[in-house]
Design a protein around this ligand. Sequence first.
Ligand code: MRU
Length: 348
Amino acid sequence: MKSATFFTIDWRDGAVVMIDQRALPTREIYRTYTDYRSVARAITDMVIRGAPAIGVAAAMGIALGARQLKRSAEPAVFARICQVFAATRPTAVNLFWAIDRMRRRYEKVRAKGREALIEALEQEALKIYQEDITANQRIGRHGAKLIPKGATVLTHCNAGALATAGYGTALGVIRAAWEQGKNISVFVPETRPYLQGARLTAWELVREGIPATLITDNMIGHFMQKGAIDCVIVGTDRTAANGDVANKIGTYTSAVLAGRHKLPFYVAAPTTSIDLDCPSGKKIPIEERSAQEVTHVLRQQIAPSEIAVAHPAFDVTPHRLVSAIITEKGIARGPYSQSLPKFVKRKR
Ligand code: MRU
């Protein structure tokens, strides 16, 4: 959301502007992009991250790319622009949803000439941006009903304003509950290896004045055992038709622990994150990121260079561990293969 103090991404005078999330929480730097390839690189390099936010960035990037088309009837060039975005990150389905939507708009208006096309694609990207904020606010309203007064909520990674066009999904629910005066507090796991919890979620919560405690990822079981956590709420990069949820690595561990301690485990999922064409979590492509993000913390080496490293960036939480999926259209409960199609259409 464009709050008085920061915004995640914006379209300004034919350029894309983003806060550089790599520099947070210590420095607030805004970067301006006028070339579609540099927007794609910003997604790969984590200047912007979070499933809905990278969908919006891709849409705006494609709108920028359209300005570089010489004639509107250049389907091969347009296809290549879309391809550059599709190759940035594999797990979040929002990215592919946004590319598809821009492609459909392109097909509809390309016969009208270059100027009309540029205008139409810019408007479509802005619509995607605006719809994301509205969806998140609705998710917030639906989800807040599930959060009891005075609850302590555990989240994971960053599913906040920084991961979306604004307001956030999981953090949107937390925000809405807070705005309703529910007097909640939040446990924020740091989210190794990329530290989205420590660097981004903690930053957002401190700015909002929502009481929050930063913990390391391996403290979650301890605090659940002590009765310090009442429920868990996370975002998702892709939720399959059966309700299996891909989200930041470590989410599955929280879900197992929540199950063990009989705590509700909620997923905040805009319908743009739900992929009914993907039958189960087994089919979700899991991004493998660099070894260096594991062997180094903030550029400081913490492991021997020779060590073998595994770095899946996401894991899959089976649907049986998910108490509810909160969408902008309402709350889905299991069996998800029956409840999700009430909110989302299949593509094919
Ligand atoms: O690798 P990241 O930072 O893009 O991963 C982000 C997450 O895992 C979020 O939880 C998810 O995208 C949902 S954001 C509303």
